[in-house]
Design a protein around this ligand. Structure first.
Ligand code: ADP
Ligand code: MG
Length: 569
């Protein structure tokens, strides 16, 4: 796991080496400083040569300034390194998620992916900022300082060695408590946000039930919980910092008192005493780092583990090694003995045989949950089938590249997803790089022209969350415009007009009929009027394909379809 973590440093090797070398120099300078002071007091002061004293003082100041400057570099470049790594990881994860198959999204909650991309990567980033070089430098200064202290005075060094673990423990303890406190604060602020979002977007429901007071009291509870959580995190922070401060001062005092006693006994020179006090201060920084890392490391590594788990999930639907690019298919679709289930314990489709001639319009009807959408989502290989074969123009779809196969198929569903952006961008989603002329043509054929031209900003109108709200029929027409741009030989209309009122449906039906022209079209429809002119109607039930034929044939047959028809009219 750690080795894998380090592979992310590879692209930033130069930065890492620069940062690391500066950090080593800083550590050495920091260790040298108390020694220089000790030498200054013990050797230079008694001589009383002012010229030497002044020039050495200037040297010490220069040493200090350069060390501070180097620390700036270490800090800045170290963070830069961490941020770069975090950015790489986030991009990699996003790319990976984009390439996953449908089943992955069926089984993974969006919030789960979101928290990998935000929270976990934040923790990993923290570790990457502060991780390896901090630990190395901390351990090095720690050992270096003790080594020097032991050579100067064993007794005093032993005493310090004895008390230091308490300080490390205290820092780690405070960090863990802080982390808990922050976590519960994040949870509470999440609750507050959710409550605000709920009652604001549901305000019409709230007011129509005159439940404002109820909402207010519910919000008050969340608001108070957040207050408590925030307060307790500040309490932990306050006693934590005070406690640590007290402990460090205590250690300095212990050194001072013991050192004074040793000095009176003639076992320690004045310079050595000052040197010790300074070394104790040098120690505090690595101790602080080690304490913080004791909390950061498990958190960052846990995040990294979840990150890699997500990264290691292989996409289910992949191109075969010898997959071929297909272009301009005619759209003759064949299902042969196709079996499919979303999971192992339930088969949704059993031994489906179906042949669709190129250019025909085939309608699927049947009870909801029968598998109509499922049949259609197998054609673009959103899922791979468990048995049998699906072919287009006689070529097995598994031997085509996913990208070229999907380029041949257009889908219009009941819910049209609009991206944040302009109308133009949303229409052009059907064909990236489409010219203005092409977009205008598509809009015209989708009967969108009049609507768009009446808008003050026209094609540049923002849609979505913070923009123009579109009606179901308008959204549907955007989806149709996208299809005119994409211009695929195979078209799937999955209850595209089911959510619309009959009047809107009638207008859109016109655009859909234009769209279906010269394409193999699969229509799933609720209202049987919309499919009257289909070349063939396929009735799907949970048992499979129950009957198929033209409208007239099925009515004459007096089976399931005739029954459905009678109920609707
Ligand atoms: P229809 O479009 O005919 O209403 P579907 O093809 O959507 O039916 O669904 C067929 C069956 O498969 C239903 O039992 C449904 O619950 C199940 N199903 C549909 N989509 C999924 C999915 N993504 N994961 C698991 N089961 C699903
Ligand atoms: Mg469906």
């Amino acid at each position: 796991m750690i080795r894998r973590f380090f592979t992310y440093y590879k692209p930033h090797r130069k930065l890492f080496i620069l940062d690391f070398s500066c950090a080593i120099v800083v550590a050495i300078l920091e260790l040298a400083f108390p020694l220089a002071v000790q030498w200054f007091i013990d050797e230079l002061l008694p001589d009383g040569n002012w010229q030497v004293i002044i020039s050495v003082s200037v040297g010490l100041i220069a040493l200090y300034i350069s060390s501070t400057f180097l620390q700036y570099i270490v800090n800045y470049w170290g963070h830069k390194l961490g941020i770069n790594i975090e950015t790489d990881m986030r991009q990699q994860l996003f790319n990976h998620v984009q390439r996953q198959s449908f089943r992955f999204f069926d089984n993974t909650k969006t919030g789960h992916i979101m928290s990998r991309i935000t929270n976990d990567l934040f923790d990993i980033g923290e570790l990457a900022h502060h991780g390896p070089e901090d630990l190395f430098i901390a351990v090095m200064t720690f050992i270096g300082a003790f080594w020097i202290m032991f050579t100067v005075n064993v007794k005093l060094a032993l005493v310090i060695l004895f008390v230091v673990p308490f300080l490390i423990w205290l820092i780690a303890f405070v960090n863990i408590r802080m982390n808990h406190a922050w976590k519960s604060m994040y949870k509470e602020i999440g609750d507050v946000n959710a409550r605000v979002e709920d009652s604001v977007s549901g305000v019409r429901v709230v007011q129509s039930f005159t439940n404002e007071d109820y909402e207010i009291s519910r919000f008050a509870v969340d608001n108070q919980n957040f207050r408590k959580a925030k307060l307790s995190s500040y309490r932990v922070m306050s006693y934590g910092t005070s406690g640590i401060y007290m402990m460090t001062r205590l250690i300095v005092l212990i050194v001072l008192v013991l050192g004074a006693w040793l000095s009176l006994n003639g076992e320690l020179s004045d310079g050595e005493l000052v040197g010790f006090v300074l070394y104790v201060n040098v120690l505090f920084r690595p101790i602080d780092k080690i304490g913080a890392l004791m909390e950061q490391y498990p958190k960052g590594m846990a995040g990294f583990k979840r990150f890699t788990e997500l990264l290691d999930s292989e996409p289910e639907v992949v191109d075969a090694d010898d997959a071929v690019e297909v272009t301009s298919l005619k759209g003759q679709i064949n299902f042969k003995d196709v079996t499919f289930g979303y999971d192992h314990h339930k088969q949704v489709l059993k031994n489906i045989d179906l042949s669709i001639p190129a250019g025909d319009t085939i309608a699927f009807v049947g009870p909801s949950g029968a598998g109509k959408t499922t049949i259609c989502s197998l054609i673009p290989r959103f899922y791979d089938i468990d048995g049998g074969a699906i072919s287009i123009d006689g070529i097995d779809i598994r031997s085509m590249t996913k990208q070229s196969l999907r380029a041949q198929i257009g889908i219009v569903q009941q819910d049209v997803f609009l991206f944040t952006g302009t109308l133009r961008e949303n229409i052009a989603y059907g064909k990236r790089g489409a010219t203005d002329q092409e977009i205008a043509d598509a809009a015209k054929r989708a009967h969108l022209e009049a609507f768009i031209e009446a808008l003050p900003l026209g094609y540049e109108t923002q849609v979505g969350e913070r923009g123009l709200k579109l009606s179901g029929g308008q959204k549907q027409r955007i989806a149709i415009a996208r299809m005119f741009l994409k211009n695929p030989p195979i078209l799937i209309l999955d209850e595209a007009t089911s959510a619309l009122d009959t009047e809107t449906e009638r207008i859109i039906q016109q655009a859909l009929n234009d769209l279906a022209k010269d394409r193999t079209t699969l229509v799933i429809a609720h209202r049987l009027t919309t499919i009257k002119n289909a070349d063939r109607i396929v009735v799907v039930t949970e048992e499979g394909i129950a009957e198929q034929g033209t409208h007239q044939e099925l009515i004459a047959k007096g089976g399931i379809f005739a029954n459905l028809h009678r109920v609707q009219y």
